[in-house]
Design a protein around this ligand. Structure first.
Ligand SMILES: Cc1cc2nc3c(=O)[nH]c(=O)nc-3n(C[C@H](O)[C@H](O)[C@H](O)COP(=O)(O)OP(=O)(O)OC[C@H]3O[C@@H](n4cnc5c(N)ncnc54)[C@H](O)[C@@H]3O)c2cc1C
Length: 397
């Protein structure tokens, strides 16, 4: 096994969003920083994010509102010290054109490649060395001080090491290094689970609803006391779209997700009133004015009979209306890490300083980004956490 001849002050494991910002931040402070990235390129997730346009931040990111963690206060400090406007300034200085899509979500006008190019340029200015195809397998504390970082055929040494190896989504480019290392060191870990992920049909719903694949509608999806008003998409496998990705972070096995298909209408009251005013119209025709036609066709026959609205009794219409406002969908599961955008859970934040990101029980070892038990909503919040934790850590190495 060859040993690393060059000595570095800091090794950052993972050339993703948090690792690159951390390396830049530390490099500008004059530290000799080495980034070890297992892939053939850095920033692979940045490149595929936002449909290739990278939703790189959210202007309204609020650490108190948009993040899930056992300790909701943990992310506040870093998010204040490196805010969306700090990253937007970097983007503007690099001359990258961007736009707000909706709800404060900022995307590149052209390509996510521009964000990666900007980060690589900053790494070069900051004197950061990047080595690709270096999959780290072990992080071992040295006897005196510092750490030995081992790949299959190399050992690297540095006084300080930053774990920026992310979570488990996109298994092709992920590794469980952060979680495995935390376990080996006896640190508390919150069981990782796939989040921002499509939910799948249970076996009986699959037979009924898979024909609706491709249909979308604006709904309110609710679970665990949280609701999101966004688009929902029917797929062959289950339900997807932003409403479902968002609620998936709050869903747990055995819990139903409630879906309001007519969020602007009290459907029970409306249908009963229509019965009085237009008893001859067919219920199907009435609903097709408000819902996708294929969805209504499926409902007629499985949710209700296709008949004139006057042929239903008021209690029958009230029950149909209630189902339209609160369809209870019991997922069979989720699509898992293959299509998940993030990993919920991770290293317990009590193990980490919210100021420096150093592990309290392992001085010299730091953890940032998705490896920690901090998960953002859909909409640019996860990158903002990665940038903020990376930058702030780099200031304290
Ligand atoms: C398809 C997809 C789209 C997304 N879109 C968005 C979006 O538009 N907006 C948003 O805010 N968030 C988005 N996210 C989430 C966002 O990408 C992550 O939250 C963010 O990248 C986490 O940053 P990180 O630095 O912690 O981890 P990552 O960016 O995942 O970086 C970890 C890096 O470490 C490397 N690595 C892992 N293990 C090892 C090892 N053992 N040795 C060496 N290197 C290793 C990986 O190859 C990777 O480069 C998306 C995620 C996915 C999967």
């Amino acid at each position: 096994m060859s040993k690393d001849a060059v000595s570095h002050d800091v090794i950052v494991i993972g050339g993703g969003a948090s690792g690159l910002l951390c390396a830049i931040s530390a490099g500008y402070r004059g530290l000799r920083v080495l980034v070890l990235e297992q892939g053939p390129k850095v920033g692979l997730k940045i490149l595929v994010s936002g449909g290739g346009r990278c939703n790189f931040t959210n202007m309204f990111a609020d650490p108190r509102e948009h993040y899930l963690s056992e300790n909701p206060n943990f992310c506040i400090s870093a998010m204040k010290r490196f805010s969306p406007s700090d990253f937007i300034q970097m983007v503007e200085t690099a001359g990258i054109d961007y736009h707000e899509k909706k709800l404060g979500q900022l995307f590149c006008d052209n390509s996510a490649k521009e964000i990666v190019a900007m980060l690589l340029e900053q790494c070069a200015y900051a004197g950061v060395e990047i080595r690709l195809r270096q999959r780290v397998e072990t992080i071992t504390p040295e006897e005196e001080q510092g750490f030995c970082v081992g790949t299959k055929d190399k050992q690297y040494r540095a006084g300080k090491v930053v774990i920026a190896s992310g979570g488990l989504s996109m298994p092709r480019i992920a590794s469980d290094l952060a979680f495995r290392t935390a376990r080996d060191l006896g640190l508390k870990l919150h069981a990782p689970r796939a989040a921002l992920v499509p939910l799948t049909w249970n076996s009986s719903d699959k037979l009924t609803y898979e024909v609706l694949s491709g249909i979308s509608a604006e709904v309110v999806a609710s679970c665990g006391g949280v609701s999101f008003r966004e688009n929902l998409l029917f797929t062959h496998r289950g339900l997807s779209g932003p409403a479902i990705l968002q609620i998936s972070s709050f869903w747990r096995e055995g819990r139903p997700v409630e879906i309001n298909l007519l969020p602007d209408i009290d459907a029970a009251t409306w249908l009963v009133a229509e019965r009085e005013s237009h008893p001859q119209q067919r219920l199907v025709a009435l609903l097709k004015a408000h819902l996708p036609k294929r969805l209504v066709d499926l409902m007629s026959g499985s949710w209700f009979e296709d008949q004139k609205i006057g042929s239903f009794s008021p209690p029958e219409l009230a029950a149909i209306g209630e189902q339209l406002n609160a369809w209870s969908f019991m997922p069979g599961g989720s699509e898992g890490y293959r299509t998940a955008e993030v990993t919920l859970g991770g290293i317990d934040t009590d193990e980490v300083s919210s100021k420096t990101f150093e592990l309290k029980r392992v001085p010299g070892l730091f953890a940032i980004g998705e490896a920690l038990d901090v998960t953002g909503w859909l909409g640019g919040y996860n990158f903002q956490w990665a940038w903020a934790s990376g930058w702030c850590c780099g200031q304290h190495l």
